[in-house]
Design a protein around this ligand. Structure first.
Ligand SMILES: [Zn+2]
Ligand SMILES: [Zn+2]
Length: 313
């Protein structure tokens, strides 16, 4: 029993219908979390010590970071989880593929987990709350680590049918779910293939694999996980929320606007998370482009009244 269970704050009843994770699934998580972590640790000596970084590596890594990152923020998060806008079918499938390239989870599992996070945010039942072990330095340090990546190794995963029944019924999403392994493998191997072809060398293929796959995936994962850990502990509370979500300005650019997490929890279906003056939100910018191209419609842009109603002055 965690400290959260003893809190008297009213909230929805905890969910007791998670599904077991297989050993293979947990081992895959360990590799996907561990290898990029090692890559990030040795990135500095690889670049500056041995000079094993070229312009093609930087460009390949940046392009894959942006495509898979926006696939998560605009696709998996704002579109598939929260329905902040409607999209034409080719765009929907493209966003599902781009999001899968992040190697976070399949569209189905990502959405189910995140919807459960919103339902129980910072209460018992939240899959990744940094407040899980209670307040205080020791408990918070443990909680931050758990919210950041420890939760991935939970023996159970969120029930798909319960939290994403709409997606379970969507044949396109189910196909993306079944193809997740192949998409993940493509995301790992493609940077190396491109690097090899561009430089026409094995070394070019290997350095592109290192920077464009391992380091890029590791950085994107840590930025995404920081929204779950840092943005539920530190930062500004500009809007009224039932949880501990906060706005963190210094993560705004690498997270493509997702670190304006306080407004997001205050108004989850809003397509723009950085809605206050000066809050850069690149994901909202991309949704605006999709809208202008006619690929997205019914976008839930923030209105002055909606913002004012929840604003803490
Ligand atoms: Zn959150
Ligand atoms: Zn959300």
């Amino acid at each position: 029993m965690t400290v959260l269970a003893e809190r008297s704050t009213p909230g929805p009843k905890p969910d007791f219908e998670p599904e077991p994770r297989t050993k293979a699934e947990l081992l895959t998580f360990a590799l996907v979390v561990g290898l990029p972590l090692i890559a990030i640790a040795v990135a500095v000596p690889v670049a500056w010590g041995w000079g094993l970084i070229g312009w093609s590596d930087v460009v390949i890594a940046a392009v894959f970071y942006v495509v898979s990152g926006l696939g998560v923020t605009v696709g998996l998060h704002r579109y598939f989880t929260h329905g902040s806008f409607k999209a034409k079918r080719p765009l929907k499938i493209a966003m599902g593929i781009a999001g899968s390239l992040s190697l976070e989870m399949s569209v189905l599992d990502w959405v189910a987990t995140h919807r459960k996070h919103h339902k129980f945010s910072d209460k018992e039942g939240d899959p990744h709350s940094p407040w899980r072990f209670g307040p205080g330095f020791k408990a918070m340090s443990k909680g931050l680590l758990y919210a950041h990546m420890g939760w991935l190794f939970d023996a159970e995963r969120v029930n798909r049918e319960k939290y994403a029944p709409d997606l379970v019924r969507d044949p396109d999403v189910m196909k993306l779910h079944r193809w997740f392994g192949a998409l993940a493998l493509t995301s790992i191997l493609l940077p190396g293939v491109i690097g090899g072809l561009v430089t026409w060398s094995w070394q070019g293929a290997l350095t592109a694999l290192f920077w464009g796959s391992l380091v890029r995936i590791g950085l994107l994962h840590h930025v995404t996980w920081s929204i779950n850990s840092i943005c539920h502990v530190f930062g500004e509370e500009d809007f009224q929320v039932r949880d501990k979500s906060r706005n963190v300005w210094w993560l705004a650019i690498p997270s493509f606007g997702e670190s304006w997490h306080n407004l997001h929890h205050s108004d989850p279906t809003c397509a723009r998370h950085g809605a206050l003056k000066g809050q850069i939100d690149l994901s909202a910018g991309l949704i605006r482009i999709f809208e202008r191209l006619g690929w997205a419609h019914d976008v839930r842009w923030p209105t002055a009244e909606r913002l004012a109603a929840k604003r803490i002055s």
